[in-house]
Design a protein around this ligand. Structure first.
Ligand code: NDP
Length: 234
């Protein structure tokens, strides 16, 4: 059965791969893009997830086009890496505001309609470092760990309404976010991954579409690693 899907940050990287995977299976897919243009073949709405009014307007635009959002993929995220003693309060709160509070804003806006429709899937894109931590990533790891608490609380609040909330924790995925790392750093990270390689964004997308499927209807509050064994199941 075709569903209405909204992927935040769906104009590139993992979000784009997720949006394309849903579109390929026949769902009605909308993506938010903060900058640039949306992908040519997908319905795009401009939205900065740090602004609740923009989030509200984006959902309203998707509802007008396709109807209520049934599957939310909270994917938009940023890094502002630096060591704790050098990290400014702004670097900390900016990352939290986008990665964690941004996901909260979207989940809150999606929830009312999901409750009314008595069906919903929320999938939060976290990271392996949310549970393992990362040097230079106090802000990012905190934001990604916070998503676990969000998903598990939503599971408790809305579980009886046929709404699931899960976390996908990718490891080292080949996108713009990791392209900024130098070759030496990449080689060092790859050495620590049991699979011995980075993953393509498609490998995350396949897990997300499965989590949104009827087959995964009894999975909620889970953290699903897609990390080649890097976190060893956390
Ligand atoms: P990219 O940097 O390639 O893409 C990030 C996306 O998020 C872009 O679409 C960007 O929009 C959007 N975005 C950032 N800030 C905002 C904002 N304030 N409002 C709306 N959209 C925003 O990253 P990836 O595709 O690699 O990452 C996607 C998600 O996966 C992130 O949450 C990331 O933390 C997570 N992740 C990535 C891993 C990796 O190895 N790549 C590993 C683990 C987790 P714009 O184009 O306008 O900048």
């Amino acid at each position: 059965m075709a569903r209405t899907v909204l992927v935040t940050g769906g104009n590139r990287g993992i979000g784009l791969a997720i949006a394309q995977a849903f579109a390929k299976q026949g769902d009605r897919v909308a993506v938010t893009h903060r900058s640039g243009n949306p992908p040519a073949d997908l319905f795009g709405v401009r939205c900065d997830v740090t602004d609740a009014d923009q989030v509200d307007a984006a959902f309203s635009a998707v509802e007008a086009e396709f109807g209520p959002v049934e599957v939310l993929v909270a994917n938009a995220g940023i890094t502002k890496d630096t060591l704790l003693m050098r990290m400014s309060e702004e670097q900390f709160t900016d990352v939290l505001d986008t990665n964690l509070t941004g996901a909260f804003r979207c989940a809150k806006r999606a929830a009312t309609k999901m409750v009314r429709g008595r069906w919903g899937r929320m999938i939060f894109i976290s990271s392996v470092v949310g549970l393992s931590g990362g040097a230079g990533q106090v802000n990012y790891a905190a934001s990604k760990a916070g998503l676990v608490g969000v998903a598990r609380s939503i599971t408790r609040e809305l579980g009886t309404r046929n709404i699931t909330a899960n976390v996908v924790a990718p490891g080292f995925i080949d996108t713009d976010m990791t392209a900024v790392l130098g070759d030496d750093r990449k080689a060092e990270i790859i050495k620590s991954i049991p699979a011995g390689r980075m993953a393509a964004a498609d490998e995350v997308a396949g897990v997300v579409t499965w989590l949104a499927s009827d087959a995964a209807g009894y999975i909620s509050g889970a953290v699903i690693p897609v990390d080649g064994g890097l976190g060893l199941g956390h």
